[in-house]
Structures are given as C-alpha cells and as structure tokens.
Ligand binder design. Sequence first.
Ligand code: SF4
Length: 238
Amino acid sequence: MTKVSTTESRTKESRRLGAGPVPAVLRRSSIEPPHDCPLCSRLAAFRETNRQQHPHWFNGPVSSFGAADARLLIVGLAPGLQGANRTGRPFTGDFAGDLLYQTLSDFGFAQGRYDARPDDGLILTDCRISNAVRCVPPQNKPLPAEINTCRAFLRASIDEMPALRAIVMLGRVSHDSTIKALGLRAAQAPFAHGAETQIGRLRLFDSYHCSRYNTNTRVLTTEMFRSVFASARQYLDA
Ligand code: SF4
C-alpha cells in the first residue's frame, strides 16, 4: 500500500514562496518561452546547432500540451533530441512517449490514437504535460543552472492551472524542480518511486522517468508505471 505523507496546506503560499525574479522574456511572452528563448546560453547554442543540422525539426522550447483547466499535470525532464525537440510536442516521437501515451489512454487521460506526430489528433483529457526544462539538453542532461532558470516557466504553467489537483513527476530532476516551483522544502516530499505527498488539495505522485534506459534496465517496469497512474486516477475519481 502506498504511503501518503501529508504536509500542511498552504498551496497558494507555497507558490508565492517559490516565486523568484521573473525573467523579462517570461513577462513579455505569457507563460511559454519564445522559440528563441536566450536564457540558457548552452542550450541556445545547442538549439542553433540542431537547427543547422536538422532545419525541418522543431528545434525550440517545447510548450506544455493539454488544457490549462486540467486537474492532472505531468512533469517530465526535458525534450528528447529526436522526440519532442524534433516534433514540438512533449514526449512525442520517442520511446518514452510510447509508454506514457499508452498509459494515459488506458487510464482515461487521453483520447484518440497516438501516432508519434503532433498532428495525430490525440487529445488529453483532464491532463496536461510539461517539462522541467523546455529545451533539449546535450546527452539529456540539463545543468543545475538551466533547471533553475527554466523553473520560471514551470512555475508559470502550474500557476495558470486553477483546477490542479494532482501532479505526476517523472524522475528526480522533475521532482526536485517541481517541489521548488511549489515553494516546498525537499524534506516535505522526498523522492521515491510510488511516493505520494498531500499538499492541501494537491496530491504529488512520484515515478521513475519512463525513458528507454529505465525500462530496458527494468528500473521501471510497465506495471510500476501503470501503478502510479492508477493511483492518480483513483485519487481524482474519489
Ligand atoms: S531551457 Fe527554458 S529558460 Fe533555458 S533557454 Fe530553454 S526555454 Fe529558455
């Protein structure tokens, strides 16, 4: 049985406490970064290299997918080079997306056929997907400073979800950045696969990231992943 830890409810205050200086580019551009977001110089340079090598790819910060009035938010790590960075939609076009979208469909969080293309017609139902870092990092490894910088966009995405009740955090980087975006201390919500933490009306769910590496090494099995979404479904239906 999953252990649920409960923390004193002060979601709004937590969000306020998590608020840091808002980058000028964020103030200018609503909540999503512009296609040429310059805030992380290393990622901007990598983006430029990818644009030259693959001019027909998306090659930009990947926006959240799904309606802002959803109750469930899923936070991943960052776009994959040949996944979201290529297609422009989170988790679309690589292995992680195959497992995630199949799982979302199975638990009623997605409708339609996922075909690894942003124009496949798939619709998220009461669910939204975002990433801790919006630009593809070299070797899938964002630097701490890049995670900290891009948190302004994650925080803004969270703040614009008035009905938010649950967040599934995929992997430790996602977990840590989301916790900070919510203004929580690490000790209030330690990371562990399957862990759940209640923050007022908001339930936080932890999962290992659904990357090919994690599934190939069986750090994460399909059953383990499905179990997290079964819990989120049960919580939202309660
Ligand atoms: S990772 Fe985020 S903050 Fe950094 S350049 Fe990309 S969109 Fe901007």
